[in-house]
Design a protein around this ligand. Sequence first.
Ligand code: BG6
Length: 491
Amino acid sequence: MAGPSALVLFGVTGDLARKKLLPAVYDLANRGLLPPGFGLVGFARRDWAAEHFAEIVADSVRQHARTEFRDDVWKQLIEGIRFVPGELGDNESFERLKRTLSDLDESQGTGGNHAFYLSVPPAAFDVAVAQLRRHGLADQPTGSWRRVVIEKPFGHDLASARQLERKLARAFEPSSIFRIDHYLGKETVQNLLAFRFANTMFEPIWNRNYIDHVQITMAEDIGIEGRAGYYDGIGAARDVIQNHLLQLLALTAMEEPTSFGADNLSGEKRKVLSAARVCGDLDLHTARGQYGAGWAGGREVAGYLEEAGIPADSRTDTFAAIRVDIDNRRWAGVPFYLRTGKRLPRRVTEVALNLRPAPHLPFAGTDVRALGTNALVLRIQPDEGITLRFGAKVPATPMELRDVNMEFGYDSSFAESSPEAYERLLLDVLLGSEPLFPQPEEVELSWEILDPVLDHWAGLDSAPDHYLSGTWGPQSATELLARDGFAWRRP
Ligand code: BG6
């Protein structure tokens, strides 16, 4: 349970706040994880009264919270809800915020502990952080804490990420800066650590001797859903490969940390990220695409260039795939293929470890024609679980073999339902627990892997390859694997 504290949400009128952050605050309260001395302050450019803001919060909770709406929980939460109308660049607004926080400390007992969540466009980070500093909101009085939470993208490339870090470091202590990569808050992603390091069965095969190649897929069936302002110019690789997918790669490929403390965990992730790179001919080892019109969920949908707010000549990638090689003893020669895309046939994220084929098959060729290779698939979402694929004899045949699956599913194995990633991460911010937040070095190493790819794409004359909405991406992505003798999984 968190101690006395106030959470200030900048950008509280945005989609993330409405769909994820406000509901997560309520779910934490409902689970008894927020203290009586808790305050929630919305800050935005709206002329709202506190009551109106409370209604907005209630609506978003009713629509999006994971747990049921309970009047008693809501009544307690609403006691600490405040709204500060204001502009990020306006000094008077920050003075109002300061007074609101002191009032909350007095009336709600929030103890001078304040977390500032910057759910604002990256271009606004600088001014928000500078204002917090200028108005003394970042200074930690003895006995209480001040923390800042930022959402990706952490910069646009390595140089801008470093610049952002320097600005943050001027206002806040390193241990007070929380960078959110919401994938790390997902139960199935945390389970990667349990799966790898709590069991004996898998570790012996978790290396180049048994694993042939790894496919990490994050597919989405949605398009950009009205987020043109954020997405265009950023694209799929910056939006999710730089953070979510490279974090999944790091957790899959790293060595065992001596503990799950932030330093040890990050240390292992850093080691593996610094050994990872997209090498060779970047035309052959990367693919990018942009969705055209097609089908999604049984209805016809427009292409990326026809979406509202997208320039007709945009070259933003809505699909990206890269081959990453890891230069260390465990993984030398094992390619990791990462792919993500919008408007693919379905929403699915998984890490698939494909094992080497058996060195010899003492069966007739006709008996093994339906046999693939063994695979271990960590199903991150939405059908959370793990699949082990192996060959088995088809009944009533002399010795015909076919692939079968052995399944672990969260639904059938646990009565507890999984909290949303943001519940866990917001709670960890209030607790000051750092392991589930990427450290700045990890962010930089991820840019070091991606920057050469982005530079290469930016230097090309051509637009990203076309793919129809509702298909698995451009032909160039298929070819990327085919050249290495593989094919993408169809999850
Ligand atoms: C965000 C990206 O980080 O993750 C979005 O900015 C994407 O573009 C979203 O849609 C997907 O999150 P999830 O948890 O639904 O996989």
